[in-house]
Ligand binder design. Structure first.
Ligand code: NAP
Length: 248
């Protein structure tokens, strides 16, 4: 039986790469994004759908609990069942603590942290019923060591790592594993907004053991591992996928 996955925030960047990688591994997919991204999402769905499996679009904002419930219901209805949830949707709005507004703090947590909770809560009853599930949360290296201007982002992603650990405890008895991936600097719109200065790019290439920035495809293998049965006895973990960054 084909395996089925939901990937949130999948129209571009790391989410799109994960969708493509899972499709190549034989998954049927439900890809989500916000309504404002509908055109790009539909293009991604069409491209990923060419790889063989079924691929359906589901519009929804992960910060809205109603959207999360509807997205999961549409995915279950469209695919038949869901084995895997990849909580990838996220935002980064740079601001130092001096200039950070409460709105930006709340918006960051609403998407990056509450979104993970809400999508998890929406999908888990279905996974419990099937006594099987794989949840993969895309956290960030910022959860270990964020940079200036990322206090709210680092806090939101640290919370995802904590949420991952407790989800693992609460759902392990139902055959559901929950793990997190912590990407380092990945070349996407978000990653490069964070690194507008070429000197910062050169700095990160220098302090990364592999002496390069990451590509979205670099995140796919670890996500596919946590999504698969190769990781059946691995849960509650957070894996850095950062090329070996050493901050001095
Ligand atoms: P990206 O290129 O900005 O893509 C993020 C996707 O999520 C976009 O399609 C975005 O739509 C969507 N999204 C935003 N808010 C959403 C919401 N409320 N509901 C549903 N979808 C939403 O970012 P990325 O670099 O691929 O990042 C993907 C994940 O990896 C994020 O969780 C990010 O925090 C994490 N990450 C990235 C890096 C990096 O260096 N790139 C490093 C560590 C962790 P819009 O285009 O409308 O915003």
């Amino acid at each position: 039986m084909a395996r089925h996955a939901i990937v949130t925030g999948a129209s571009r960047g790391i989410g799109r790469a994960i969708a493509t990688g899972l499709a190549r591994r034989g998954y049927d997919l439900a890809l989500t994004d916000i309504a404002a991204q509908e055109k790009v999402l539909l293009e991604t769905v069409a491209e990923v759908g060419k790889l063989g499996g079924r691929c359906i679009p589901v519009l929804g904002d992960v910060s809205d609990i109603g959207d999360c419930r509807r997205a999961v219901a549409e995915a279950v209805q469209g695919l038949g069942h869901v084995d895997v949830l990849v909580n990838n949707a996220g935002i980064l709005r740079l601001a130092t603590i001096d200039e950070l507004t409460t709105d930006t703090w709340d918006q960051t947590f609403a998407v990056n942290t509450r979104g993970v909770f809400q999508m998890t809560q929406a999908v888990v009853p279905h996974m419990k019923e099937r006594k099987y599930g794989r949840i993969v949360n895309i956290a960030s290296l910022a959860a270990r060591t964020g940079g200036p201007g990322q206090s709210h982002y680092a806090a939101s992603k640290s919370a995802v790592v904590g949420f991952t650990r407790v989800s693992s405890m609460e759902f392990g008895g139902y055959g559901i594993t929950v793990n997190a991936v912590c990407p380092g600097i990945i070349v996407t719109e978000m990653g490069m907004n964070n690194l507008r200065d070429p000197e910062r790019v050169a700095y990160f290439e220098k302090v990364t053991d592999l002496h390069r920035l990451g590509q979205p495809e670099d995140v796919v293998g670890p996500v596919a591992f946590f999504a698969s049965d190769d990781s059946a006895f691995v849960t509650g973990q957070a894996l850095n996928v950062d090329g070996g960054i050493f901050y001095s």
